[in-house]
Design a protein around this ligand. Structure first.
Ligand code: DOR
Ligand code: ZN
Ligand code: ZN
Ligand code: ZN
Length: 391
C-alpha cells in the first residue's frame, strides 16, 4: 500500500482510556465491531471499553469476551475495563486479580461513578489495586448533591428550569480520592475532569506528590451549557457541559499537563433514548470519530498545543498511565507500528448516519471541522485508508 502523506502529520496511534461500547447488552447501539470501526476511523489503535455493560464486566468471562472479540475484529485493540465491585454499585470487591490474569489482562477498573457512594469501598479498592499493580479510574459523577441533577448548576440551568448539578459534586470526590490514594499508596485516574475547581485540585494533589492523573473529553473542551437552550437531549452528558470559564481552564490544564490526556467518553445511545425531554434523555455523546478534529480546533489552532503535544495527550500519556508498554516509545526499523495520519487542512462536516458507530448521537451534527484522520495503521496493517475503514 502506498499512502501519499504530503502535507500531513504522522502521529503514534491514539489510545482512548474511556470508551463505552455496548457489547454485551445493547448491541442495537454499538457492538465491539462497530465501535472498533469508529475507533479506527478516529485514529485509535487502542481503546479501553468501560465496564457498564449488561452483564457488567465484573468477571473474567465478560472481560475475556471483550478482548477476544476485539482481536477477532482486528481493527483496534479493545482492552476491557473491569468493574471494581460485583455489579456496578456493588458492596463486594470484584475478582480484580482474576480479570487481570485473564487473556484480556485487565489493567484498569472502574464503576462508572458508582463506587464513589461508599468511601470505604473506594479505600479498599485503592489498597487492593495498588497491591495488584492495576489502576482505579474514578468517574466522580456521584453523588450529584441534588435530587434532580441533569444540567450544570448555574444561570443557564436556572433560567431553563433544569435541575442543577453543582461543580462540588465532582470536586468533592476528586479531593477525597486524592487523599485516599495518598494514604493507600495507590494511583488514581480521574475520568472526564469538567470543572476549573477540579483543575485546581489536580494541581494541588500533584504538587503534594500524590499519584493522580486525569483526562478531559473533547466535548468538555469545546461545548458549554449555552448549548442547552434548545433542550435537545443530544447535549445531555455526565458530567454535564459546564460554563465557558471551565472550558478555558480545561484547555489550559491540558496544555500545561495538569490534565494528562484526552479520553473520549464515547457513549452511544439509541435514537429513542435521546429524542425525549432533556431530563429523560440518557446521558452520553459519541466521541471517537470527532476527537482529533476537536483537539485540532480547540488546542492546536489557538496555539495551546503543537502536534508534538497532540501525540502526548492522545497517545503517549494515556499509554503510560494505563500501562501499554508498546505504545509511545520509539519504534525500531522494520517493526510493525501503530500510526495515525492526520490531514491538518481537510474540511469535513459531521453527519451522524455517515459515522461508523451504529448510534447517531453526535452533538456535532452539521458542524464543519478543519482536520481529519486520513489513515490508521495497527501493527503495520492499514485499518483506515483515505478515511475509509478497511474491514
Ligand atoms: O454521559 C455519560 N454516559 N457519561 C458516562 O461516563 C457514562 C456514559 C454512558 O455509559 O452512557
Ligand atoms: Zn463517567
Ligand atoms: Zn463514561
Ligand atoms: Zn446530518
Amino acid at each position: 500500500t502506498v499512502v501519499d502523506a504530503a502535507g500531513q502529520i504522522l502521529l503514534p496511534g491514539f489510545v482512548d482510556m474511556h470508551t463505552h461500547l455496548r457489547e454485551p447488552g445493547r448491541e442495537d447501539t454499538e457492538t465491539i465491531e462497530s465501535g472498533s470501526a469508529a475507533a479506527a476511523a478516529g485514529g485509535y489503535t487502542a481503546v479501553f471499553a468501560m465496564a457498564n455493560t449488561s452483564p457488567v464486566a465484573d468477571s473474567v468471562v465478560v472481560t475475556d469476551h471483550v478482548w477476544r472479540r476485539g482481536q477477532e475484529v482486528g481493527l483496534v485493540d479493545v482492552h476491557p475495563v473491569g468493574a471494581v465491585t460485583v455489579g456496578l454499585a456493588g458492596t463486594q470487591l470484584a475478582e480484580m486479580a482474576t480479570m487481570a490474569a485473564g487473556v484480556g489482562q485487565v489493567k484498569m477498573f472502574s464503576d462508572d461513578g458508582h463506587c464513589v457512594h461508599d468511601p470505604l469501598m473506594m479505600r479498599r479498592a485503592l489498597e487492593y489495586s495498588s497491591a495488584l499493580g492495576v489502576l482505579i479510574a474514578q468517574h466522580a459523577e456521584e453523588p450529584r448533591l441534588t435530587v434532580d441533577a441533569v444540567a450544570h448548576e448555574g444561570p443557564t440551568a436556572a433560567r431553563l428550569g433544569l435541575g442543577g448539578w453543582p461543580r462540588a459534586a465532582e470536586e468533592s470526590i476528586v479531593a477525597r480520592d486524592a487523599l485516599l490514594a495518598r494514604d493507600a499508596g495507590a494511583r488514581v485516574h480521574i475520568c472526564h475532569a469538567s470543572t476549573a475547581g477540579t483543575v485546581e485540585l489536580l494541581k494541588w494533589a500533584k504538587g503534594q506528590g500524590i499519584s493522580i492523573t486525569a483526562e478531559v473529553t473533547p466535548h468538555h473542551l469545546l461545548l458549554d451549557d449555552s448549548r442547552l437552550e434548545t433542550y435537545d437531549g443530544v447535549n445531555r452528558v455526565n458530567p454535564p457541559l459546564r460554563e465557558r470559564s471551565d472550558v478555558e481552564a480545561l484547555r489550559a490544564a491540558l496544555a500545561d499537563g495538569t490534565v494528562d490526556c484526552v479520553g473520549t467518553d464515547h457513549a452511544p445511545h439509541a435514537e429513542q433514548d435521546k429524542c425525549c425531554e432533556f431530563a429523560q434523555a440518557r446521558p452520553g455523546m459519541l466521541g471517537l470519530e470527532t476527537a482529533l478534529a476537536i483537539i485540532a480546533q480547540t488546542m492546536v489552532e489557538p496555539g495551546l498545543l503543537d502536534w508534538r503535544g497532540v501525540a502526548r495527550v492522545m497517545s503517549e500519556r494515556p499509554a503510560e498511565i494505563v500501562g501499554l508498554p508498546d505504545q509511545g516509545r520509539p519504534i525500531a526499523v522494520g517493526e510493525p507500528a501503530n500510526l495515525t495520519l492526520v490531514d491538518p487542512n481537510h474540511e469535513w462536516t459531521v453527519h451522524g448516519p455517515a459515522l461508523a458507530s451504529i448510534a447517531n448521537n453526535t452533538p456535532y451534527e452539521a458542524m464543519t471541522f478543519g482536520a481529519k484522520v486520513t489513515a490508521t495503521l495497527l501493527r503495520g496493517r492499514p485499518t483506515v485508508l483515505g478515511s475509509v475503514v478497511q474491514r
